[in-house]
Design a protein around this ligand. Structure first.
Ligand SMILES: [Zn+2]
Length: 339
């Protein structure tokens, strides 16, 4: 049983990670994006309303999204748990979700935020190209096709960029995310459900971090106990190493084995005990400004939020200029070659 929300900006990789959770724990991945696309594809009334907003990078109205989510959470397979991906997006939706879950006698176990730098988000989104013929997906920065703009899989000559992956729309999407989703972080932090996970690096590592963060919240009591035992055991080991006697070392080993066994008994994978502390990215350390404000000079959260919003704005501008330069150059070279 795992009932969690995955939070993260567009391009943070939360969809991919949610699918992995689904595969491992057998709970449905409920994505408001998928629900919307499905409704659009089926041409329902909600779908048609959603289509207009989605194509212009706007958020679809709460009423539409809530209706789709309510329907999905009431399906039988969601009774044993779920991973919400891309929902809620704002405080109103979060409140509505709380009431909805109360109504169907469910509750949230964890809210995991995948933390990714704005520069990385821009590269992941603006670099994405799709083959219109076979659906293969590339990224001009991270996984480009062998021949420029030609599909490796089927040889189709022109890869395309999705309308909502174009610079201006991305900038808009990230701005909207900042403005509407960031307050959720504070909301779930207050509720004691929030876990921040570094969302960059190999997919497997991000998944392991995310999993341990979610399970750590779920089993926080037994996790704390297991951690205590582990710390005790390793302290014993260090003492034994210092004294240098074979007997003491083997006693420490026995102690450590007992700790692992105890952790196992409580249903804690040994991994969770070990990686429980890794789930906070290094850059979450308080900045000098934040430290200063703790002494009572400025409201810390407000300053932090303003800083974050500013850094996104800067990154977006910087990146949009770079991309524009790069692609206008590429187009020119290409046009030149053709002549
Ligand atoms: Zn193709």
């Amino acid at each position: 049983m795992i009932r969690m929300i995955l939070l993260g900006a567009p391009g943070s990789g939360k969809g991919t990670q949610a699918q992995r959770l689904k595969a491992k724990y057998g709970v449905p991945q409920i994505s408001s994006g998928d629900l919307l696309r499905d409704a659009v594809a089926r041409g329902t009334e909600l779908g048609l309303q959603a289509k207009v907003a989605m194509n212009s990078g706007q958020l679809v109205s709460d009423d539409i999204v809530l209706g789709l989510i309510r329907e999905r959470l009431s399906a039988p397979d969601a009774a044993k748990g779920f991973v919400l991906d891309g929902f809620p997006r704002n405080i109103d939706q979060a409140d509505a979700l709380d009431r909805m879950l109360e109504g169907i006698k469910q509750r949230l176990d964890a809210v995991v935020l995948l933390d990714v730098r704005p520069e990385t988000l821009m590269r992941r989104l603006a670099g994405r190209r799709t083959c219109p013929n076979c659906g293969a997906v590339y990224n001009v920065f991270f996984s480009p096709p062998t021949a420029e703009n030609r599909c490796d899989r089927c040889g189709h000559a022109e890869l395309i960029q999705r309308p909502d992956d174009q610079d201006e729309v991305i900038a808009k999407r990230l701005e909207v995310y900042q403005a509407q989703t960031r307050p959720l972080v504070a909301h779930y932090k207050k509720k004691g459900l929030l876990r921040i996970v570094a969302g960059e690096g190999p997919l497997d590592e991000v998944f392991a971090r995310m999993e341990s963060a979610a399970l750590h919240t779920l089993k926080s009591d037994s996790a704390k106990l297991a951690e205590k035992i582990e710390v005790k055991a390793s302290a014993g080991g260090r003492r034994a190493a210092k004294s240098g006697t074979v007997r003491a070392t083997s006693a420490a080993k026995k102690k450590s084995r007992r700790a692992s066994a105890a952790a196992k008994k409580r249903g804690m994978p040994a991994k969770v005990v070990k990686v429980a502390k890794v789930d906070r990215p290094a850059k979450q350390k308080p900045s000098r400004a934040a430290k200063k404000s703790r002494s009572g000079k400025t409201p810390r959260l407000q300053k932090k939020a303003a800083k974050a919003a500013n850094s996104v704005k800067k990154a977006v501008t910087r990146f949009a200029t770079a991309v524009r330069k790069k692609f206008s150059k590429a187009t020119k070279t290409k046009a030149g070659k053709k002549k």
